[in-house]
Design a protein around this ligand. Structure first.
Ligand SMILES: [Zn+2]
Length: 74
């Protein structure tokens, strides 16, 4: 159990559990609601990608997260 801040919404997450209540993606700590919003945001793009590749998805996720961190919101 550790305390971290979400890099997107800046919410302090007390006693967080890595992989359960916060996630570490592309060098950013992200809380569960922000992760869900991020996934919702990229899902339409993901569905239209053909052929789909996990490398492409990782890059999309990372780029979208970088933008979200800069803006302070998803
Ligand atoms: Zn957050």
């Amino acid at each position: 159990m550790i305390s971290v801040c979400c890099d997107v919404c800046r919410k302090k997450l007390e006693n967080s559990d890595y992989g359960r209540t916060f996630f570490y993606i592309a060098h950013h700590s992200i809380c569960e609601p922000c992760k869900e919003n991020l996934e919702l945001q990229i899902r339409p793009t993901m569905r239209t990608k053909d052929p789909f590749s996990i490398d492409w998805y990782d890059k999309l996720l990372k780029d979208s997260l970088d933008k979200a961190v800069q803006k302070g919101k998803i």
